[in-house]
Ligand binder design. Sequence first.
Ligand code: AVW
Length: 262
Amino acid sequence: AGSFIKVPKKKYKGPGTTANLKSIIIGRCYHYMSLYPAIGMKDCSRIWQELTEAVFRKDPCNITEEDYKKLGEVAAQTIPCDKSLLWSRTNQLVHRYTKATEDFMTLEDTFLGFLFNGLTWCGKPVTPGMNYNSCPAWNECSNNSLLSFWKIASAMFAQTSCGIVNVMLNGSADGAIARKESILRTVEIPRMNPDKVSEVRLWVIDDIHGQDKNSCNSESLLELQQYIEEHNLNYSCIDNYKPVQALQCVENPDHHACNQCS
Ligand code: AVW
C-alpha cells in the first residue's frame, strides 16, 4: 500500500509565522541596544514573552490593539522632537533615506518597529505556540495579529512625536496621495497631539524617472491639508525636498534634475 504525506491545508491567505521568529526578535533586540545605547537596557526575553501573551491561544483574526498594550509598554521609547518621519507609499525610499542620514527616524527605526519590521506572526486558538503554516493577510480580517500590531505601534509613534513631524509622500503614484485606509490617515494624523506637534510638514517626492502626478498644489494634497487642519495641526508642504532628491541622484547622476550645481 502506498503511503501519502498529509499536507496541512492553509487556513489563512497570508504566509505563516516567520521561521526562527524568537531568535530573530531576541537578536534584533540586542542588536538595537548595541546600535543605540541611549535606549538603555531592555529586557529582550520579556519582549518575546509579551508577544506570546498577546497572541497565544487566540484566534489570529481577533487580536486587538489592546492585546499588544503590554508589549508596547515594555518597548516604549522617547522620540526626540523634530525627528519623526512618517510616510505613505514611499516604503523603500524613506528607509533608504533614514539609513543615509541620522537626522530622521521612521517607525521602523524605533525600537518596536525595528524588532518586528518585515516579520509575520500569529498564534492558534486553543493551543499555545505560533502558526507556522499560515497567518491572516493584511486585509483578510480587521482585527488580525499583524494589522493590530502596526496600528498600535503607529499610534504610539505618532502620539509621542513632537515639534515638526515630517511625512514623505509619493508624488508619482496614481490615485490619492494617502489612501483613505492608510495608517497615516486613519491612525497617525488623528493621534498627533496638537499641543506638542508644531507643524506637519509634507514632502512630496516624485520618482526621478516617474511622472509628476501630485505636487503640493494638487487637489489630493489640498484635501490632505484640510484633513490635517481639521485635527488642529499646522500644515506645510515641500515639493521634491532637496536632501531626498540628492539620494535619488546617487543612482541617476546624469539626470537633468541632478545638475543644479553646474
Ligand atoms: P502605505 P500607510 N496588503 O504605503 O500610511 C498588504 O499605504 O498605510 O502607507 N500590505 C499592505 C496593504 C495591503 N492591502 N496595505 C498596506 N500594506 C502594508 C506607519 C504594506 O507593507 C509608518 F509610520 C505597505 O508597504 C508610516 O507613517 C505598508 O502597509 C505609515 O504607517 C504601508 O502602506 C505607513 O503606512
